[in-house]
Design a protein around this ligand. Structure first.
Ligand SMILES: *[C@@H]1O[C@H](CO)[C@@H](O)[C@H](O)[C@H]1NC(C)=O
Ligand SMILES: *[C@@H]1O[C@H](CO)[C@@H](O)[C@H](O)[C@H]1NC(C)=O
Length: 278
């Protein structure tokens, strides 16, 4: 209980003293191990982009460094990337997404956003088996489905920034999927692939380095077909972040137990958290 109160107190303090909280909670020294050269690059980069950044979470070291790292510390390229991200957010009204009504999507495409790994990273959990992507595309809902998935990404990345504000060392998110029943026709159909590819391009361009791991369990050989098709679109960081487990429960169980407590996982993921009532 005292911990809850401390967090609440910190949250309230942060709401009132926004600026100073950022400075104290997210300092390079505390959060990230950077070489001297990288620190210098980060400070230069901050001076360049600070005038165009309006939201506080974007001004943090943890955020800025992701763009620099994605562009190998090339300041020009990282600035271009930031500008493109801001334009994309504006063109697509990303900041207002949380106010939109997603009930129809949430009922048909099951995902949860209330799981955390042992280090406090938010975990987006996607029940891939019941996502009929093909049907959504055929019904003309492909774009809406993509927007819904971006809404989910926004939710868990925002949760990450909120945790940073509380002083938690959380700079990445995790995605966990159960691919039991994945089939090439429903999920990897030729009509569906552009959706996957667009989604990956969005994540790579506008949420660089935010993914700690993408863990897929109960994967059939069919999912490999899709992964091979999208592999060329992945950055090396993303490729390295993907972990795929077949139906051998013992193997993925040990891996997940190590990373996410059973109490945080729902039964399909080998845990004890009560199932979501969609
Ligand atoms: C994320 O979604 C949950 C459930 O819909 C909601 O309660 C929460 O406020 C959202 N958080 C953010 C940061 O959008
Ligand atoms: C913060 O988390 C990162 C990645 O998990 C880790 O490498 C680093 O040591 C942590 N830093 C602190 C101060 O806990």
């Amino acid at each position: 209980m005292p911990q809850v109160f401390t967090s609440l107190f910190l949250l309230i303090a942060c709401l009132f003293l926004k600026q100073s909280c950022y400075v104290s909670a997210i300092s390079v020294e505390k959060y990230l191990s950077l070489s001297l050269n990288e620190k210098v690059a980060l400070e230069k980069f901050r001076e360049r982009v600070d005038p165009i950044l309006k939201q506080n979470f974007m001004k943090t070291d943890a955020y800025l460094i992701q763009f620099l790292r994605a562009r190998h510390f090339d300041g020009d390229a990282a600035e271009k990337m930031i500008r493109e991200m801001l334009q994309w957010r504006k063109d697509n009204a990303i900041d207002n997404m949380r106010l939109e009504n997603w009930r129809d999507m949430a009922q048909d495409f099951h995902a949860t956003i209330d799981t955390y790994d042992k280090t406090g990273r938010p975990v987006g959990v996607i029940d891939i088996y019941d996502w009929d992507i093909r049907q959504a595309v055929l019904q003309g809902n492909g774009r809406r489905l993509l927007r819904y998935v971006i809404y989910l990404v926004e939710n868990i990345t925002t949760q990450m920034y909120e945790r940073q504000e509380l002083g938690m060392n959380v700079t990445q998110v995790v995605v966990l999927g159960n691919a039991d029943g994945f089939n090439v026709i429903q999920h990897g159909c030729p009509l569906c692939l552009p959706l996957w590819i667009q989604f990956i391009q969005i994540v790579e361009s506008y949420y660089p380095q935010a993914l700690d791991e993408l863990i897929i369990i109960d994967a059939s050989p069919a999912i490999q077909v899709v992964l091979e098709a999208i592999r060329p679109f992945l950055s090396r960081t993303t490729r390295d972040a993907i972990k795929i487990f077949g139906p051998n429960r013992a193997k993925w169980m040990a891996y997940l137990d190590d990373k996410i407590s059973k109490a945080e996982r729902r039964p399909k993921y080998g845990g004890t958290k009560p199932p979501m009532d969609y």
